[in-house]
Write a protein that binds this ligand. Structure first.
Ligand code: BMA
Length: 839
């Protein structure tokens, strides 16, 4: 009997996070304080009670000194014997923010200038039994002011709030490869951080280490998926190996592979039989495979890496058609309508975002029937945890590179820095099935052609304008796509929005659109319907967060719209005025601040709902809608649908319905109702549609039913003539039309009112309620005698209402879950109001 030789893993490289204790101080002070790594100066100052909560009231104003100072972090650490014995010991810094000098045992080992890059340094010769690691941070502001001062012109950087930072018009953000939003944005405060914002790892190995491993799907059939693994290895001698690829627990291939001395990359093709495909939310499973790569020689495993990926193909179809130029996603060969939102970092201080907060944000997207988020270019390349969640939950990612609303330098050093940034991040992210496309920047192309930047710079000097636009082109049309192409073959879109790759500003027949005339230009909501492009990648409307959130950053005396504190948490110069103006179009003036918050949220929700329905019902002309914005990075009035604490605004409840897999949407033209039945499902469905008119007392005035065959992945139209309803006999301000899919209660009903909301003759409803405990909290049953418009449930008890801000019909009973950990929940803790109570 021959024994099968056993594979030994004793020689594997060791990778471990450096988990030592850290201290920090301002560079020229003597006293050290405890620090948290990963973290940043602001959060460390807060932890040590050296500053107050940066988000509270107007504290932001008093904390602007922090970014003008130099800071230093220090740690003493020792390594295990096992690590010390290895021939190579590396320190790998996953993120240093931003201008850092790193000293190991008094020797400078690294000098950095890009928050988004990773840095790995060979340290074997410097490592001792006990080691001192010092990281000195230069001020990102002071460091770049000389650059700003040395130029004969100023780079446009619309959102950089330099004045709030106390440095006048010196918009220095563009010089530093650092999250743009930390310099202030029209929904964010200004805190320009420094710190070790991502973990540090020790990598120790003898001869061979795998530096990179990624897997891509090439093609798929029912029987087989063909994939390629890319394996990069660093070795001190040329070495012949056997590379094993495993999918889950099955050995898929074993391939003889030679890695040359130094760093080399090899490709190994492999297949998986009867593949389980990865689908986005709403269309199927998010099947994931753990793919493992073991490099071995003579039954010794030299290194192993594993990743989790999904088998799927993804394309962005941007080609000429009868309208102009399309812009849509094909997943596993199926054209898919994208429903989602723009995503900004969950905190101004990203290192303090926990996995639970990522989970809550991504789950909120899933729960609202989304299938895409756009990671917007003024923030950060998100953490692995975020993309893992998107892989697991089926949220496709439109990934911007981190450039937004500014022009950037074009010197070789800057371009080189960006090249490395792209390489680091694409390598880190490319195996995620959730990533659908890469985009060069946010709104720079449209700013140049559409916002007057071109003319503004030409006025300054035609030569400078030409030079700046050449720099733009070099960065977004050469440097970035070239660096990307070496690593990944997903679609690259140089700037959002754009009509097409040939640099023109957006138009409705081609490419993607940011439509902002509702809001910025004060146009009415119905304009959303007249401005539907091929892919609506941005549009939005502001609201304030709910009272409980406002209580977190205000004193009772601050709680008026225009107070100093509320104004500090409203960063759009006309935000409040615009909200008030729009409120006046559609709603009665709310009687107090509390009701202003409630009605303001309804206003936002109705506006965006209208836009989403216009976009979805226009398919296949339009094939995507991403409203601005999913979330906040601090407590603020903004365009978000969930606030800083993850609380759903009215908008998020409305979005959940507007993004429902089957959507009913109706428009009325004289005596014809035109119902659009939008289906994202991939199967035909037959059902019947009921359309009825009731009055606010609950009397049915007219009803009609029609059988329909609902087209899969498309929009089916059904028309009803309601001349016979003789609506004029009744009062239009006292009736509503209800459209439902008869045998499918999961489809949200569509309610159509015949006048503006403010003209409705609402009665004061008597709303009854009963509460019983269930396994996740409580279930609340409510009902009403007359129409209760936009019923809003509120409580001081921490928890989540499964539905809110809904219209409750006369005689209707509705059950809402209140998910909470609270042991008791009495009816006296529940406050219920409806629109009629707001004015
Ligand atoms: C969009 C975004 C952001 C901005 C938002 C609201 O254009 O790209 O730059 O915060 O509008 O104004």
């Amino acid at each position: 009997m021959t024994l099968k030789p056993v594979l030994t893993f004793a020689q594997l490289p060791i990778i471990s996070e450096l988990k030592s204790e850290w201290k920090f101080k301002q560079i020229d002070s003597v006293k050290w304080y405890g620090a948290i790594v990963p973290g940043c100066v602001h959060t460390d100052l807060l932890k040590n009670k050296l500053i107050p909560d940066p988000y509270y009231r107007t504290n932001e104003k008093d904390l602007q000194w922090i970014d003008k100072k130099k800071w230093v972090y220090k740690s003493i650490f020792s390594l295990s014997e096992e690590i010390m014995e290895k021939k190579n010991i590396l320190l790998s810094f996953k993120g240093l923010d931003t201008y850092a000098k790193v000293f190991l045992n008094n020797v400078e080992i690294l000098n950095t200038n890009n928050m988004f890059r990773e840095w790995t340094v060979e340290c074997k010769k410097l490592i001792k039994d006990e080691n001192e690691l010092i990281v000195e941070f230069d001020s990102p502001i002071e460091k770049t002011i000389p650059l700003f001062d040395s130029l004969p012109f100023h780079y446009p950087a619309t959102n950089d709030q330099s004045i709030n930072g106390g440095i006048g018009d010196k918009k220095v953000s563009i010089f530093t490869r650092k999250a743009g939003f930390q310099y202030g944005w029209d929904w964010g405060p200004r805190f320009v951080t420094s710190g070790i914002w991502k973990p540090i790892y020790i990598i120790a190995y003898d001869k061979v280490r795998q530096t990179d491993f990624c897997v891509t799907t090439n093609d798929i059939s029912i029987d087989v998926a063909n994939l390629t693994a890319l394996i990069s290895v660093e070795t001190d001698t040329t070495i012949e190996t056997l590379v094993d690829i495993w999918a889950d627990d099955e050995l898929i291939s074993s391939t003889k592979t030679t890695f040359e001395k130094g760093l080399s990359t090899k490709q190994i093709a492999f297949s998986i039989k009867k593949p389980r495909l990865w689908w986005c939310n709403g269309l199927g499973q998010q099947s994931l495979y753990t793919i493992k790569c073991i490099i071995k020689k003579d039954h010794i495993a030299l290194d192993r890496k594993e990743l989790r990926t999904g088998i799927r193909t993804i394309e962005l179809i941007h080609e000429k058609d009868s309208i102009g130029k399309s812009f849509y996603i094909k997943l596993n060969d199926v054209p898919i309508f994208m429903k989602g939102a723009n995503y900004i970092p969950l905190d101004l201080f990203p290192s303090r975002v926990t996995n639970a907060r990522y989970e809550k944000a991504v789950q909120s997207a899933v729960d609202a029937n989304m299938n895409m988020l756009r990671v917007w270019g003024g923030g950060i390349y998100e953490n692995d945890a975020f993309y893992n969640l998107c892989d697991e939950k089926g949220i496709l990612i439109w990934q911007d590179f981190m450039f937004a609303c500014s022009l950037y330098p074009g010197d070789d050093a800057f371009l080189d820095n960006v090249r490395n940034e792209i390489t680091d991040n694409v390598k880190r992210l490319r195996s995620h099935p959730s990533i659908a496309l890469w985009c060069g920047n946010n709104e720079i192309n449209t700013a140049w052609y559409g916002w007057g930047w071109k003319e503004m710079m030409e006025k300054e000097s035609p030569e400078i304008a030409i030079a700046l636009w050449n720099d733009y082109n070099r960065l977004f049309n050469t440097v970035i796509p070239e660096a990307l192409k070496k690593l990944d073959n997903r679609f690259y879109w140089p700037s959002s929005p754009m009509a097409s790759i040939d640099q023109k500003a957006g138009d409705l027949s081609s490419g993607d659109i940011h439509y902002w005339e509702v809001w910025h230009a004060g146009k009415p909501f119905k304009e959303y319907g007249n401005n539907v492009g091929r892919f609506m990648s941005e549009y939005g409307f502001q609201s304030f967060p709910e009272m409980k959130t406002i209580e977190q950053y205000t004193l009772p005396s601050d709680r008026t719209i225009e107070s100093e504190v509320m104004t500090a948490h409203q960063r759009h110069p006309n935000g409040n005025q615009l909200i008030k103006t729009y409120l006046g179009y559609y709603y009665n003036t709310p009687k107090d601040f509390d009701n202003f918050l409630y009605v303001g949220q309804l206003l936002q929700a109705e506006g965006i709902k209208y836009a989403i329905e216009a976009h979805r019902t226009a398919r296949p002309w339009c094939m995507g809608t991403l409203y601005w914005q999913l979330n906040d990075c601090w407590p603020v009035a903004s365009w978000s649908s969930t606030d800083y604490y993850g609380k759903w605004k009215a908008l998020h409840y409305f979005v959940k319905k507007a993004y429902s897999p089957l959507l009913l949407s109706a428009t009325i033209d004289k005596n014809t109702v035109s119902v659009s039945i939008v289906s994202d499902q991939l199967k035909w469905k037959t059902d019947s549609i009921e359309c009825k008119i009731i009055d606010f007392d609950g009397k049915t005035l007219w009803t009609i039913t029609a059988a329909v065959t609902i087209k899969p992945n498309g929009c089916t139209k059904q028309f009803f003539d309601f001349t016979m309803a003789r609506l004029n006999k009744y009062t239009k301000d006292y009736t509503l039309m209800i459209i439902t899919v008869k045998d499918d209660p999961t489809v949200p009903p569509c309610y159509v009112y015949f006048t503006e909301i403010k003209d409705l003759k609402l009665l004061k409803p008597s709303i009854w309620q009963s509460i019983i405990a269930n396994e996740n909290g409580y279930s609340i049953k409510i009902g009403t005698n007359v129409l209760a418009k936009n019923v809003y449930l509120q409580t001081d008890i921490e928890g989540f209402f499964s539905d809110n801000y809904f219209d409750l019909l006369p005689g209707e009973t509705k059950t809402i879950d209140f998910v909470t950990k609270a042991k008791t929940f009495k009816s006296t803790s529940l406050k219920i109001r409806s629109l009629v109570d707001s004015y």
